[in-house]
Design a protein. Structure first.
Length: 57
């Protein structure tokens, strides 16, 4: 299932290290697109990176 524009924006923001809301971060982690460290840092998983075109950052 393709991502919505909003979901794609969340992944792009995470990839660009821009702040995202807790709700957005939780969605990305639960969907398997991001991983959150104990200190709160969040980064995209390989699956999440697959949905982000780094040339658009």
């Amino acid at each position: 299932m393709p991502l919505t524009d909003e979901q794609r924006r969340i992944l792009i923001d995470i990839n660009a290290t821009r702040p995202v809301s807790d709700e957005d971060a939780n969605w990305a982690v639960k969907a398997g697109y991001a991983a959150q460290a104990e200190d709160g840092d969040i980064d995209l998983t390989q699956e999440g990176r697959r949905h982000v075109d780094s040339s658009t950052l």
